[in-house]
Design a protein around this ligand. Structure first.
Ligand SMILES: C[S@@+](CC[C@H](N)C(=O)[O-])C[C@H]1O[C@@H](n2cnc3c(N)ncnc32)[C@H](O)[C@@H]1O
Length: 322
């Protein structure tokens, strides 16, 4: 069995020619064999992956525009986002559109849906499929599915963003602890901005939202219309140098794939300690079963559990260790 990336199968089997013009790859998770292609642009709005591409020399942009000889869509876990990306791919491709994904990302039901619109060729490989077809206009509803819309809480969000339909229960539990914040405040992993909006009381002078997903940050920009707020598209695990903060708040991510990855939260705790003033305070919510106590011990001289409820813990920490 071949171990080359799934999307290369149609090229390896002589069913598709490597395009002479530019190949656009939407949501490439990594370099995934793209070095075999002479002319590639990657669209990736998630900062950690974007940053890795910048170091490979492959052209990368958070949002692609224009025309391409071929467009490949890599699936995310959000079906509306995938439909939107397939429809966008059809708008931008002068030739073929390829769709590449695992069964667990819903490739089979997407294939059925695309088959209702056009003729498709398919290869099954590595617990997933790659399918391709000549670019053709897809239903307007697919494009609409990925766009910003007001959610139940009255905030603009889009599918694919964390808890896009409603306020996250962990964030809701942290919110009552944010009253009275003063000075310079940071929100690490700010998403579409609900938690940050709860933190911006009268004594806050500046509120900086750090978020890796540019689409979510753009939504937050529209949700928080206040001159004291700044928006930084960044990987919190490798933050740019910043003046120190009086308070840091966070509902950190706990996975990027399907499995829990507590080291992400550990990285957020370390980042918070690094950017706080010596007398600054860190407030965080986390899933109750995630083991953050050692990381808090290592990063702060003082911390406490402020509440344990509904499957979450609220932590307060101060005196960051240097
Ligand atoms: C649990 S969500 C919290 C979102 C928001 N604060 C809320 O309460 O609704 C975590 C957020 O961290 C973002 N994120 C994930 N990895 C990140 C990283 N390495 N750097 C910065 N943000 C990241 C995710 O995109 C997501 O928006």
């Amino acid at each position: 069995m071949s171990h080359s990336p799934r999307f290369l199968a149609p090229f390896e089997q002589g069913l598709l020619d490597v395009p002479k013009g530019n190949l656009l790859v939407i949501r490439a998770p990594d370099a995934m064999g793209l070095s075999d292609f002479p002319n590639v642009t990657v669209e990736q709005s998630f900062a950690p992956v974007f940053n890795r591409f910048e170091n490979t020399g492959i052209d990368v942009t958070p949002r692609a525009e224009g025309r391409f000889a071929m467009v490949m869509v890599n699936l995310t876990r959000s079906r509306p986002e995938n439909l939107c990306n397939i429809a966008r791919a059809c708008e931008m491709s002068d030739g073929v559109v390829l769709v590449n994904g695992a069964k667990t990302d819903g490739i089979e039901s997407l294939l059925k849906q695309v088959r209702k619109e056009t003729t498709v060729e398919v290869i099954s490989k590595a617990h997933g499929k790659v399918f391709w077809f000549d670019a053709t206009p897809m239903p307007e509803a697919w494009l609409e599915a990925g766009k910003l819309a007001e959610n139940q809480a009255g905030y603009l969000t889009a599918p694919g963003m964390f808890s896009h339909e409603k306020i996250d229960s962990g964030s809701a539990l942290l919110a009552p602890y944010l009253g009275g914040l003063k000075g310079r405040v940071a929100d690490l992993g700010a998403g579409w901005g609900w938690l940050a909006a709860q933190a911006i009381g009268p004594e806050v002078e500046e509120l900086v939202l750090f978020e890796a997903e540019q689409k979510a940050l753009d939504a937050a920009r529209q949700n928080l219309d206040d001159p004291r707020v700044q928006f930084v598209w960044a990987d919190v695990l490798s933050l740019p140098k910043t003046p120190p903060f009086d308070a840091v708040i966070s509902n950190p991510p706990f996975h990027q794939g399907r499995a829990a990855e507590p080291e992400l939260g550990v990285g957020f705790i370390q980042a918070a300690a690094k950017i706080l003033k010596p007398k600054g305070r860190f407030l965080m919510v986390a899933n109750r079963q995630l083991p953050y106590e050692h990381a808090l011990d290592a990063a702060f001289r003082k911390w406490e559990i402020l509440a344990q409820t509904g499957g979450f813990k609220i932590f307060g920490a101060s005196l960051p260790k240097r």
